[in-house]
Design a protein around this ligand. Sequence first.
Ligand code: TRP
Length: 437
Amino acid sequence: MNNRESFSGKLGFVLSCIGSAIGLGNIWMFSWRLGQYGGAAFLVPYLFFVFVLGTIGLICEFSLGRCKKKGSYSGIKEILEEKNVPFKNIISTIPTIGLFGILIFYSIVVGWIIRYFCSAFAGDFYKVNITDYFNNFVGTSSSIIWHGLAVFITLAIVSFGITKGIEKLNKVIMPALFGIFILLMIRSLTLDGAMEGVKYLLIPDWSYLLKPITWVMALGQAFFTVSLTGSALVVYGSYLKDDVDIPSSALQIVIFDTLSALLAAFIIIPAAFAFGLDPCAGPSLLFITVPSIFKSMAFGQIFSVLFFLSIIFAAVSSAINMMEAPSEALMNRFNLTRFKSVLIIGLIAFIAGIPLDLDMNLFSKFSDFITIYISPLGAVIATIVFFWVYGVDKARKEINKGAKHPLGKWFNPLGKYLFTTVSIIVLILGIIYNGIG
Ligand code: TRP
């Protein structure tokens, strides 16, 4: 296939990957973990893991995609076929299935966010008890229509393709997201009592560095936040021209992802302190605590509209990456048009998600199963296939194709031994701790 689409250049590619990386993990998990695991002390293991391992992981997935100019499913299958590795069909499907699983439950949350954006716009938070509002919506049939809308928006963007859909959108919404985040952070830091939150985030409690849990959570966060699943970034890498510098792109993506997580923390935590609310993790932070903050804030309605708009940007730019990978696999496997593949993937994701719309228990079981077992396994598969089966020397050659500062031989053990081992450790720790990403 020589008429394969490609990103127009490095900028579009990097912004699209930043779009994938910045998601709910940056917003509802990072800020909470930062405060919970020793404040600034948490940054020590986190920055180390995300800058070293996150960058290597990104480099691996992008180059795996680019070397065969194929997404995870077809690319891995081709490499396994060349080396006559058994079980190639199952192995090559796992990373993409994992990502498809994430798409199924993630779209539901995107639906909740769209609904909250509309509610913010209409000023509904002023009229209701927010806890009841959340409980009467989530886990009930009234969320289905919003879920459908989320899938539809994602599908519409992905069906326009790489340059006209995914890249174009990210070029607009990523800068907008950073603009809104900076504005919201200024608002949050100037609230009365916000400094308590800043202290909570910044005063390091070094004793946390002696606790294994701090390191485990930092590691899980580092892998999840840059979207390492052995599939999402492989497909973006597969649309990359050979002259694009992969190592420097990876580093830029990690820098902006980390910045956004820090901004989110400095928006949410100081505001929560200013209004005496508990900065918790997960859906209740975004859907109960945050709206309560806006309710008591001067000009809260404008800020709540902006806030939920930026969360839509963060979530949709991740969802389109999740939809692109299985759609590309289908396109390649059955020779379908982009539009047909995307439609099929979108429809199945929507229908499969409906039982989860209706039952939050099932929702957590399903999302745990995917994020604890399948997608970390996908990341392990991609690593082993690239550094071991394809071969670390060839892998490094591929990585260095467009690189200004090519990686030397010293990189071989980092990729082949260190990174492979750590990916396996992430999978095992996730199982032991019941989820770390
Ligand atoms: N990185 C995203 C976040 O921080 C979550 C994520 C994990 C993701 N795996 C992904 C996004 C794959 C897109 C594709 O929230």
